[in-house]
Design a protein around this ligand. Sequence first.
Ligand code: AMP
Ligand code: MG
Length: 508
Amino acid sequence: MNAPDPLTPELPVFDNSFAALPAAFYTRLDPLPLPDPYVVGVSAEVAGLLGLPPELLASPQFADIFAGNCLLPGSAPLAAVYSGHQFGVWAGQLGDGRAHLLGGLRNELGHWEIQLKGAGRTPYSRGADGRAVLRSSIREFLCSEAMAGLGVPTTRALCVIGADQPVRREAIETAAVVTRVAPGFVRFGSFEHWAARDREAELRQLADYVIDTFRPECRDAPNPYDALLRDVSRRTGELIAHWMAVGFMHGVMNTDNMSILGLTLDYGPFGFMEAFDAGHICNHSDSHGRYTYRNQPAVAQWNLYCLADAFQPLLKDPMVARAAVDETYGPAFETTFERLFRAKLGLREGLPDDVDFIGETFGFLQQHRPDFTTFFRMLSDLNATTIETKAGPTVSPEKRPKSENAFRDLFIDRSACDNWLDGWRARLARTPWEDSERQAAMRAANPKYVLRNWLAEAAIRKAKDKDFSEVQRLLTCLRRPYDEQPEFDDYAALPPDWASGLEVSCSS
Ligand code: AMP
Ligand code: MG
């Protein structure tokens, strides 16, 4: 494999810190070249995080480099081994079946590792082809960047490179490579792998690597491994609360898809909640509904117990492993969840019974099924008292302000809507907050734009015809999901009729 021709002296030089681990942790191998690659989408912001020179982005070499056809200096490509629980069942060894970690770099913005997904088979491919299709690569690219825009911890994505090479899934599709960027890609399953093999030395090496590279503060704790497990539990709690607040459903919360750094990882059949249903299954392959919206908090805890079990050999007292999860995960989830939903509802100061009001709101949403994103965004614009009457919280339907009509139109049962609004206003009145200030704060907590399946699908359909403009246009919008962007109003619309039958499966 060749290095690219000298372009500019500013090309970043990688080094692969993961490659410093013993050989048992990975297999060194180059990506498989992808003929005639072309750029489908690029995140200029991620290019900036990496310090990539603008000349590189504009250069024809860009597609070659991020298709895996040539390597940036210092790259040491490898595929890592891990195991995991899939759909609640131990699946044994998995590993990077189609991901090559090229290396990383550290700059003033952080530590970044660069991984190609879809760049060919590895020893962990288990009979699969090592490729990713254009459809799923665009979805991962857009959602990574959309989640970052929403303020949700996530791996990032630099670009999608496509090619005409056919790839067989349910139908013949075409190949693509998505370049993922994150501080690290270690998974819960990376630890489970060694624990299942009773390989305590490797387990310890991996924990030491994670602590030294990402969480040096854990070294100062009486037991650094206990501190690491608590750190992962806390971050996972915060992560899942963020998912719930933006209506994100991961779809495949297997332990091999859970990041040790508390990032959203491995975008497959994810979805954003539209007409609210806490039991919504976004993954067509999840026949038992293990990964519904409402199950996500409990599943994350179950996954953390798997990680805690894997950590047991590192903790002197085996009973402390699950306790470390119990003492950190629940509190972190609940605190973050309440903070985020208070912000979504415009409650400036917390009151002890807010949990009840949030719970009632979920019950109301479940019964009447408004679009989750639109509900909270439109709510942000309403006044704390009704303008026409100034009569306080409770008013008869005919005296409801006209400005409220669009919000009420989200409901077939207007009186149920009015009842809930009365309760909301009564709650607002207990901690008064000037309307325009509260509304601005609510708009900063309630996105106008999320990556609805139909938006991704529309961009994918055009991309299949080699029109990549919609990918880039969507990216531009989704990077600022809380801002009013009138030029993108079409992206805030409810799903059109043609989108009602869209299904997303694990196939990618
Ligand atoms: P996922 O469900 O996408 O998280 O993948 C589970 C496991 O299957 C991981 O080890 C992946 O690397 C592997 N895998 C998924 N798709 C492919 C593919 N097309 N080629 C090779 N490995 C794959
Ligand atoms: Mg995965």
